[in-house]
Design a protein. Sequence first.
Length: 132
Amino acid sequence: MENVDDNFINQLRCLIEEYGYQLPMETEKDTSLSFDGLKLVPENYQVFRNGTEIVLTGKEFEILMLLVQNRGRVFSKEQIYDAVWNNEYVFDERNMTAYINKIRRKIEPDPAHPRYIITVWGVGYKFSERTK
């Protein structure tokens, strides 16, 4: 249908609707990401664990998305800060640790033994490449 005139398509839609038929709504491509019971819906800033929505702040979601989109890659606290805050605030290592801990408490089944956000001691954090 790439070569069909858009005007013709619009006329056809109007005719179909005039006779009482409803065309199915065009749906957007599903951009959600799923890993072992965890589902992220980027366009809505939503996170679900086993079907239950988990509320994250905007920055928490952006940190999680950075790690998910670069699954297996280790980011230092400063790299995460630079990517998410774009140097809007002064970097504080303890603040980044607090953010990671908050995200873990919300998304991890057992935050004391995380399976999604993994600590690479002395380096930083990564999203586990073992998740399916």
